[in-house]
Design a protein around this ligand. Sequence first.
Ligand code: ADP
Length: 473
Amino acid sequence: MYIDGEWLTSDSQFSVSNPATGEIIGHVVDGDATHAKSAIEAASRALPEWAAQTAYARSAHLYRAHQLMQEQHAQLAELMTREQGKPLKAAMNEVKYAADFLLWFAEEAKRIYGETIPSARADQRFIVQKQPVGVVAAVTPWNYPISMLTRKLGPALAAGCSVVLKPAESTPLCAIAVFKILEEAGLPAGVANLVTSNNPKPIGDVFCTHPAVRKLTFTGSTAVGKQLATACAPQLKRVSMELGGHAPFIVFEDADPVHAAKGAALVKFLNTGQACISPNRIFVHRSIIEPFLATLTSRVATLQAGDGFNPANSIGPLINEAAIAKVDRQVQDAVARGAALLAGGSRLTDNGLENGCFYGATLLSNVTPDMLIYQEETFGPVAAVVPFDDEDDVIAMANDTTYGLAAYIYTQNLSRAYHAFEQLHFGIIGINDINPTSAAAPFGGMKESGLGREGAREGIEEYLETKLGGLSI
Ligand code: ADP
């Protein structure tokens, strides 16, 4: 753990394993509530000086961190593949994405503008200034174990906040590597603190109840996000929540079914389906479902699961046994209720995969609303195809979920695209585009997918308070 500029060790540790092989790859300090408290106190002590630094000085630290992350690109990606399992190429992409946030917010640090507002009174002037919210507590997930950290650390530090971060228990080594970079970038002691733990609840309790924490930023499941937001409510701490998704992927009748199926194959199986923006319900117009399924079936057949260090493998392991059980339960339920299983459908244990958490790339068609997979987030390598006939019906079906993170549409018709863009209740919409994300673009969900936005110009606002001055001259 990294608290107040010091790396702490302890006899109380937990092991970290490679989900592709089951091999133990490291041991990490198992922090508790006392560590969370001392990290928050260190962040409180460091806050005034950090907030008082010029935007240019804070920006310089982030530029340096960006440069270091680029220099360590390959090592960080290798660590990520070992700890989280994703194919090395995907890990390289993620490190690049992670570094982009450091660069973007190094730039945004210098653009925290205020304003002056005309008053109705001749003697009065209004001035509006932005100030850091204060100490930020951050909780991050395992599926994107470096970029989800920089997406929070970048804007928080740029805004002048100090931070205490708790990474997911499956991927603390990636978090340690990020904090080594911040240390090397010369961040003053206490400005960014890392508390690792195998038992998140007591740490979360301290984050939500300690009066010095003024903001909680969380990425993870909707269930945990709601618990944390509820726990923050008595002190009215500000919260940002990036939660689960249940993305519809709609292929309208005028779309090119082959092009759409190629896109679906790419985005659905990215990160082995373990992404909150992963398509969960693939709605395809009945008139083009045959060519769509033919292409998707042939693409799925080429997806080989295995260790991410072998470049032939494009599907990594799931993160743990519980994830395998959840995916399998959804697939078995769908098949029992009449879905057609066109590929996969079972755990993979042959050819050296016996010690890992591998599930075959799976394709289901004729999925219907009564199936679990239609209702629950999947977080696994299962493409669930639902035929539809009517444009208004499909928009209603797509919106019929408590989630509202990402949606995808395929059409060649501009009016139809625009109509769908406006009618879909999701925070991120890909239009003939499977990667509508960037450090420069606002990422976040509606409804129970979250609160607030990360990245973009908006991302830094989450860490700023607006202060009004009324001045009589
Ligand atoms: P997933 O189900 O995808 O693992 P979680 O929401 O459980 O998602 O985990 C996301 C992050 O939330 C991880 O860092 C995890 O340790 C943390 N977490 C889980 N439960 C709690 C809790 N009760 N309090 C604080 N953090 C928690």
